[in-house]
Design a protein around this ligand. Sequence first.
Ligand code: GTQ
Length: 352
Amino acid sequence: MSAQKSSSTAAVEPERARYRADLLTLNAKPLWERTMVMGPGNDAVPAIWHYRDMRPQLLRAAELVTTEEAERRVLMLENPGLPGSTYILTSVYSGLQIILPGEIARAHRHSTNAMRFILEGGGAYSSVEGERVMMNPGDFVLTPYWTWHDHGHVGSEPVIWLDALDNPVAKFFGAMFRENYAGETQPVTRAPNEAETRYGAHLLPVEMKSGSRSSPLMLYPYDRTRETLLKLSRLGPVDPAQGVKLRYANPASGGYPFPTIAVFIQWLPAGFAGAAYRATDGTVMCCVEGQGSIAFGDRVFQFEKGDVWCCPPWITYRISAASEAIVFSYSDRAAQEALGFWREETLKGNQG
Ligand code: GTQ
């Protein structure tokens, strides 16, 4: 039986080779010869960018390049497993941006959702669709799809923040558009903290009609986020893998702040040794307070304030905290849940 099979395979092989060559001229390939593995995960690998390494390079960029030359003075964080991509993960972008007193980052808009998480310094503002908000460390600031935005600085010390965008998703769909504003900056046309007043007090305009799929808030201030997190740290529950983890909510929908990006903050008790966890959403994390470590199998990254690292899809990790710690994060979970792809798993015992 097996001899018969191999002799017939040998006889048919030259014909199969001719067949393969014929198919190639038609831009077609046989599925039964596909080598691509059908399984979770992708080429992105775990990686960390320490603030002690990145901060001096940002200050150097501020000496070497003006904001006239570089419309945004940003160091992009590129995953070592995705060389040439400019992306930290296959679904989300991360960059570290620095702005000096007196500088502006010119107004533009793009068909990608953007957000900032402020790491250091005060006195910088972000203008979005005519509203200007001051940004302070720990604040999470939104620039939704196709909104005009520019940044400026009226303070006295460098300001550094983490930029997050869903560029890879827009690029994947071939739906990336971008436009410069006619002037360098846009006029302020709204009252101070207008979005907060309209949408930020558990009240909404009774006939609210928003064409936006993103949160109508412009800023989620850290003082309030932190206070809530610390109160909940006493009330619990504390998840075995994630500590006390909250998601930032769109007050109009109850959903995530963006259609593509989910945004989170978590508190870890001192001595926390998290259970092994994996999920299909690629996640970028940033330490806001305290110190800890994240282990991907035998690879362990120590983290402290300002460090940024990525957890690629379906790679198991464990988070530990040496001291009480607060970690900000964002991922493509919003998009994956909307499309029905998202899965997670907390592994019991010593697996992973
Ligand atoms: O601040 O508008 O890191 O448009 C990349 C693209 C920041 C921004 C980035 C951008 C911005």
